[in-house]
Design a protein around this ligand. Structure first.
Ligand code: PMP
Length: 344
């Protein structure tokens, strides 16, 4: 990839090669050195640019995609945005089935990027015909010349991170990384990055972050699908009500669960303490570090890398809205006016 001060052929030239930024304050109470892989530096403002570009280019190489074809996907927003961006540059139609849990900002953005968007109910099971999985599948079957990215069940999702995020982190830490902390949605980021890192050094600890209300952590521990683990939660892009094959459970050492409330406050704290305006799951990943730090997990010479998957601008009507925070009860009994001045 070219340097940022050069001229680029198009926006896709800027995908990947995101910076690793030292966290100077937010984890300073713990032993160890903490760095964030800040994926909002991708042109589509999230880590999903990597998989969109990689998967689409692999399909082109195999002759599956031809100009004018349609690309279909289910997405909480970020993958959709990235696919829409790649589709514009490469001349494809983009059709997205998204969850009603996605923020209005995200849906508007997808439409702005030329995508056709189907909004599907969030709190139905994956095999319900109204779920975004089933809607995408049906659209794919109905539309001739369409490609279904299927990020939850696509090995190329893992490969994208194995080929980019993993090598970048290894190089940026000069091989010193001891812990990787990453949210798991499809599991592509953590699985692909972990695979590369463990090949370089099998001792690197891989820590996944899961939501209360998701089955992932329990499945990792028992290899059993426990429906009782599933209930609604607010964080978008983290955890799941099904077991994605894009998650390599064997490569992940442990999962940490975080709450909606803690993750929201921690995201706000990242902005206040590090000047990094990041998304809800970045708050979740940092919250996991705090919980681990409090248990004394990290030692003085450890190099801990946390992945911040996307940018804060996508959550203005949610975690960065005092009104929303108050409505969720995240400010407890604090009134909105007082909450605006809350010190983190
Ligand atoms: N954070 C956000 C905001 C996301 O959209 C996603 C993807 N669903 C993730 C984290 C998790 O990444 P992955 O799907 O690679 O596990």
């Amino acid at each position: 990839m070219k340097h940022r001060n050069q001229v680029f052929d198009n926006v896709l030239d800027l995908v990947g090669k995101t910076p690793l930024i030292k966290l100077n304050k937010i984890a300073s109470e713990f032993e160890g050195n903490f760095f964030a892989k800040v994926e909002s530096f991708n042109p589509g403002n999230s880590s999903k640019d990597r998989i969109a570009l990689y998967i689409i280019e692999q399909a082109e190489k195999k002759g599956i995609l031809k100009p004018g074809d349609t690309i279909i996907e289910t997405t909480s927003g970020n993958t959709g945005f990235s696919i829409a961006m790649v589709s514009i540059i490469k001349g494809y139609e983009c059709v997205l089935a998204v969850s009603s849990k996605s923020s209005a900002d995200k849906i508007d953005m997808l439409k702005t990027m030329g995508a056709k968007v189907y909004v599907c109910p969030a709190h139905v099971s994956a095999d319900d015909p109204r779920s975004y999985y089933q809607v995408a599948k049906r659209l794919h079957e109905e539309m001739k010349g369409s490609v279904y990215i299927n990020q939850y069940f696509n090995q190329l999702n893992i490969d994208a991170h194995y080929n980019s995020t993993g090598p970048e982190i290894w190089k940026q830490t000069e091989g010193k990384i001891t812990h990787l902390v990453a949210c798991s949605g499809t599991g592509g980021t953590i699985s692909g990055t972990a695979k590369y890192l463990k090949e370089q050094n099998p001792d690197v600890k891989i820590i996944g972050v899961d939501a209360f209300g998701s089955v992932i952590k329990k499945y990792h521990e028992t290899r059993e699908f426990d429906e009782k683990e599933i209930y609604p939660y607010r964080i978008e892009g983290l955890g799941k009500n099904l077991i994605p094959s894009a998650t390599d459970f064997d490569i992940i050492d442990e999962f940490v669960k975080v709450t909606d409330e803690d993750s929201a406050h921690t995201a706000r704290m990242i902005a206040k303490e590090e000047g990094l305006f990041v998304g809800y799951t970045s708050g979740a990943a940092m919250q996991a570090i705090k919980q681990l730090g409090e248990q004394g997990t990290f030692k003085k010479d450890d190099t801990v890398v946390v992945i911040f998957p996307d940018h804060g601008s996508r959550y203005m009507s949610k975690i960065y809205s005092d009104k929303w925070m108050n409505e969720q009860g995240f400010f407890d009994s604090v009134n909105v006016e007082a909450a605006q001045n809350i010190e983190y």
